[in-house]
Design a binder for this molecule. Sequence first.
Ligand code: HPA
Length: 247
Amino acid sequence: MTRTIAIIGGTGLTEPSRLQVVNAHDVQTPYGHTSAPILEGDMGGNRVLFLARHGHPHRIPPHQVNYRANLWALQKLYATDIVSINAVGSINIEAMPTRSMVLPDQIIDYTWGRIHTFYQGDMESVKHVDLSFPYTDSLRDVLRRAARESGKAIADGGVYGVTQGPRLETAAEITRMERDGCDVVGMTGMPEAALARELKLNYASLALVVNPAAGKSSKVITLKDIQATLTVGMVDVRDVISETVRI
Ligand code: HPA
């Protein structure tokens, strides 16, 4: 099967600046609407899909994203590999300072109340997918190589703790997450990764650290600071995406 990469753009990446868009798909799904029309286009001679996770303009909060519709629709358009872009806070600030990129290899899910499976029917039709390793190794390999070839540093591996949001965490929650082994914290990693696995899609996250997590700095976390980091950091993310598509 030919590989088709789909980028799910997170906060700070609602537009795929380097994609020559040829089509915008409004896919009807059994689960309702996707966050935005799915853009199909050409990037360096490769077919690439792009979906703004929070809509475009950015309007859907993390706990209200229709993760099922998004992934189902991407697969319907023949996506095989999903590259998820996630803005995160840093818990392990020495290894993953603000503005650094991370290629997480594990997840701890602290979300609640989100629709988190395609298996809603009776027990007979339920499959208990193996999520021991939530990210696809081969796709992580491609992202690692893409970072290297575009001359960008990336922290290879790390535990992504996914919180419910939309509020940020308390300092005590971050201390607990640190004890649990989390390196970064964000709000959109789950149930996306698990749903991708249920659909047998390759899936990996390219995370950009946009702030120190709660209690990890003496400064208040402001949207203004996060926005400033997003603006500069997403240039690196875009470079890695361009290279990923080429590999
Ligand atoms: N916490 C949760 N989600 C986030 C953060 C954070 O500090 N920064 C960006 N997304």
